[in-house]
Design a protein around this ligand. Structure first.
Ligand SMILES: [Zn+2]
Length: 295
């Protein structure tokens, strides 16, 4: 009975990976599902684990499945190795480390600033390539401001970035859940919290005054950053004015909030995910790292 259940769990994992378009090309999933079905028919339900083994299941499971297996394993080091291997096995579109992911963004921003954007991954070929599954290498938590579109200022294209944008790049539970999804199920290796010069949401918070109910939610979320900047003096403690200092404090607070997620914390602790903060200069187009505790 246990073997039967294990077989169904494995099958469900394959189907989840397929339905979510998570980590492997659809053809690969279809093939493996067919192989799995064939194995089930050949061996019978009681030998599902053997059928999974035949289909190379351990090397082809989604990260989420590997995390589940990790909890079942007593050897942390061994399970981590297995997780890294499994994650790596599915980075068929882009395989990057957190450091390499950051370099892709830094290089892209340099091209953008120099007006030498390559506009990568915007072809019909790329569109088709990722139509059955996405594997963004980074999550950008940015402001909704129309002047700060991540794909343009980092010179990236379709399927490269998982973007969460809110006014003032604040993160609530829905945003945090979106980020967790990108990391756990899509394999993103880097989170960049991106604040920007002359952010209207932060400016409104600095200036104070009444705000209607929902806008007030944004202001309330940014308030701790403004208070922090004010406490550091007129210049906000970041070598710039109070607004700029508050934006940078807000970036840091939001970046540190990632640690409040048990899911993200586990990936960070395992070295599979890094979180940084950056400040985008509207005038120059440059995104400068302002918070990089790990890199
Ligand atoms: Zn803004």
């Amino acid at each position: 009975m246990k073997r039967e259940m294990y077989a169904y769990v494995a099958m469900a994992a394959l189907l989840i990976a397929s339905a979510g378009g998570v980590v492997m090309a659809s053809g690969e999933v279809d093939k493996r599902v067919e192989e799995f079905k064939a194995g089930m028919e050949k061996k019978g339900a009681g030998h599902g684990d053997e059928a999974l083994k035949e289909s190379g299941g351990h090397e082809k499971v989604a990260p989420a499945v590997v995390k589940k297996k990790k909890k079942e394993s007593s050897g942390h080091g061994a399970s981590l190795k297995k997780k890294e291997h499994a994650v790596a096995a599915h980075h068929d579109l882009v395989e990057v480390s957190p450091e390499a992911a950051l370099k892709l963004l830094v290089d892209g921003n340099r091209r953008y600033v120099a007006e030498k954007s390559a506009g990568p991954h915007r072809s019909a070929k790329r569109r088709v390539e990722i139509s059955k599954g996405q594997h963004p290498f980074a999550v950008i938590v940015g402001c909704s401001d129309s002047r700060v579109p991540p794909e343009i200022l980092f010179d990236q294209g379709l399927g490269d970035l998982f973007v969460v944008r809110t006014a003032g790049n604040v993160v609530d539970s829905v945003a945090l859940g979106s980020i967790e999804y990108a990391v756990e199920h899509l394999g993103a290796k880097l989170i960049v919290v991106l604040g920007h010069e002359r952010c209207g949401a932060v400016d409104a918070t600095v200036k104070g005054g009444d705000a209607p109910a929902n806008i007030r939610s944004v202001v309330e979320a940014i308030k701790p950053a403004v208070e922090k900047a004010k406490a550091k003096g007129a210049h906000g403690g970041h070598g710039c004015d109070l607004l700029c200092g508050a934006v940078k404090s807000n970036v840091r607070i939001v970046a540190e909030k990632m640690h409040s997620s048990p899911i993200l914390s586990e990936f960070i602790d395992d070295g599979l995910l890094k979180v940084v903060g950056a400040y985008y200069d509207l005038d120059s187009g440059a995104a400068t790292l302002t918070y990089r505790p790990y890199l």
